[in-house]
Design a protein around this ligand. Structure first.
Ligand SMILES: [Zn+2]
Length: 167
């Protein structure tokens, strides 16, 4: 009988706390993804991605050419080469060579996923996507939503980042 009371009171306060800490963790992983993007040798745009499961980073990626190719993303005219892989695709395909399983994981990516990456995200069993930068095309986001993947946009502008309040 006492237990019931305890359960009720803790369930009334914990969702808020959980929501807050989840959000702070989201921002930290997103910032890590942004730092990871600095590994990219692409000049036009640098994108970073992390796959997190059970509080562990199980994969990471940034946009770039496939293994064994030159570390140059753009041709002489500055146009991105067609065989450059997006950060999400690199993170997901890296999982294919590892012992990790992305089922039920969260993907953090510094830019809005395109439709090609959205397909991979769905097929990899990723359940949640947190991204930092909106893109004019929303077909990737729309596809994820249609597939039941939870999608969340979080701006990395300092004004919106609650974890930077105390700094
Ligand atoms: Zn993509």
């Amino acid at each position: 009988m006492n237990n019931k009371h305890i359960t009720e009171s803790s369930s009334a306060s914990s969702p808020l706390l959980e929501g807050r800490s989840k959000s702070a963790v989201d921002y930290r992983y997103l910032r890590m993804a942004r730092i990871w993007a600095e590994n990219s040798y692409c000049k036009r745009r640098q994108v970073g991605a992390l796959v997190v499961k059970d509080k562990m980073i199980i994969s990471d990626g940034y946009n770039g050419t496939p293994s064994g190719f030159e570390n140059v993303c753009e041709d002489e005219e500055g146009i991105t080469k067609p065989y450059v892989l997006h950060a999400e695709a690199n993170a997901i395909t890296k999982l294919a060579r590892s012992g990790n399983n992305s089922e039920g994981s969260t993907l953090y990516v510094t830019a809005s996923p395109c439709i090609e990456c959205a397909k991979l995200i769905i097929q990899a069993g990723i359940r949640r996507v947190v991204y930092a930068e909106k893109y004019r095309l929303t077909d990737g986001i729309d596809l994820l939503t249609r597939a039941g993947v939870e999608v969340e946009y979080k701006s990395l502008e300092e004004d919106n980042d609650p974890t930077l309040d105390s700094i």
